[in-house]
Write a protein that binds this ligand. Structure first.
Ligand SMILES: [Fe+2]
Length: 211
């Protein structure tokens, strides 16, 4: 009879998420709130709400056009967000997770604002497209409400292990204002409905290889 000489279960390639929480960003977040309030109500076509489109996963609320790339807008608070929070975080993820040298990895960032009010939510989706390296979210304002309201929920990529085995189907991230989270573009996620009149507002972004 044939016998096993060696056996082991190997865990290959974890889904790596980087979370960074910043301090002393209240003034920055207030300035961003005011700026985005202003942009949402600007009659200029570039700032029209993209959330109602059927192809969009944002249910209710407000979302800027992706082509607008809000992190490129030339306002002091947006420059600060880009230079002091988003760019360093991307560089850390590139270096520590992807093992790539940020200096020799040409990339470009597309970015957009998502504002969710009472009852608004985001359906499950992921950001994986060709050459997208990292997806991320900076939390400008997260209203204080009990979970899972407003929670970011990630879906276990190993669905067979969920349906046949006993693995958790998902993992919750309870965000807070002044926090950034970076994750692989293929990692499916959604946002639970808000139950507060206050606006939950984020800047979402994708970091793509620039060819
Ligand atoms: Fe997303």
């Amino acid at each position: 009879m044939i016998q096993v000489s060696e056996e082991r279960v190997e865990q290959h390639f974890p889904t790596t998420v980087l979370v960074r929480t910043f301090q002393a960003v209240n003034d920055l977040n207030t300035a961003l709130q005011q700026r985005f309030d202003q942009l949402e109500h600007d009659p200029h076509a570039d700032y029209t709400n993209e959330a109602p489109l059927s192809v969009n996963t944002t249910q209710g609320g407000y979302q800027t056009k992706r082509g607008l790339s809000v992190l490129e807008l030339d306002y002091p608070e947006i420059r600060q967000l880009r230079q002091e929070i988003v760019m360093p975080s991307i560089e850390i993820y590139l270096a520590e997770v992807l093992n790539a040298d940020p200096l020799f990895t040409p990339f470009e960032i597309s970015s957009w604002v998502v504002s969710l009010g009472e009852g608004d939510w985001q359906a499950p989706h992921f950001h994986a497209t060709e050459y997208t390296l990292i997806s991320g979210i900076y939390y400008v304002n997260v209203p204080d409400c009990p979970p899972p309201k407003g929670t970011l929920e990630f879906i276990n990529p190993n669905l067979n292990a969920v349906s046949l085995g006993q693995q958790d189907a998902s993992r919750n991230h309870q965000p807070k204002s002044g926090q950034i989270i970076l994750f692989p573009p293929y990692y499916m996620h959604y946002v639970h409905p808000m139950r507060r009149a206050e606006t939950r507002r984020v800047v979402a972004f994708d970091d793509r290889l620039k060819l």
